[in-house]
Design a protein around this ligand. Structure first.
Ligand SMILES: [Zn+2]
Length: 57
């Protein structure tokens, strides 16, 4: 499986046995992502640095 970096568009390899909540790192720009869901071969990611800060206050 694979997904795309939101910043630079580089392809990010995702292991076949990955699960939601695992962290990924873009090999090109180093941006950290967290897997939010996996649906078939579609891997959804979010910026890992924003964890805990996106819920509003
Ligand atoms: Zn990148």
């Amino acid at each position: 499986m694979e997904t795309k970096c939101k910043i630079c568009g580089e392809k990010i390899e995702v292991a076949e046995d990955s699960m939601a909540g695992e962290l990924l790192e873009c090999p090109s720009c180093g941006m950290s992502y967290e897997i939010t869901s996996i649906n078939g071969n579609t891997v959804s990611i979010k910026n890992a640095e924003n964890v805990g800060e996106d819920w509003g206050e």
